[in-house]
Design a protein around this ligand. Structure first.
Ligand code: FES
Length: 126
């Protein structure tokens, strides 16, 4: 392989630029009634995710995607969401929480410490 071909191969193997500046995954999973772990949907995740998606659009955040996800396996702490590429997790309960996450984290690049989840926070049985 000549030098030019090597350079091209290396360029192709490098991580591409981000397609979305921020990608938010909101768990909308539903578990059967009475499940011991509960679920995000029973805690209002659909309403909150729809609100977040609408607010992101109103704010003109065309480079931000707010997607629904299946179970993120931190059900007890839900509703949960995770923002990439940072991989920062939040629990959120109200539209005001959503506004703060959008304004402080997604737009401002900061963190909403009071809502952040950490690896040591209670999670699934391992
Ligand atoms: S149901 Fe939402 S994290 Fe499992």
């Amino acid at each position: 392989m000549n030098r030019e071909a090597q350079d091209t191969a290396a360029e192709r193997a490098a991580d591409p630029p981000l397609f979305y500046r921020a990608h938010v995954f909101c768990c909308l999973n539903r578990r059967p009634s009475g499940h011991p772990r509960g679920c995000c949907r029973d805690k209002g995740s659909v309403r909150l995710r729809n609100y977040m998606k609408a607010r992101a659009k109103e704010l003109g955040l065309t480079d931000v995607r707010v997607n629904e996800s299946g179970c993120l396996d931190r059900c007890e702490l839900g509703p949960t969401l995770v923002i990439y590429p940072e991989g920062v997790w939040y629990t959120y309960r109200t539209p005001e929480d959503v506004d703060e996450i959008l304004e402080v984290h997604v737009i401002g690049g900061g963190r909403v410490a009071r809502l952040m989840l950490h690896p040591e926070d209670e999670g699934p049985p391992r």
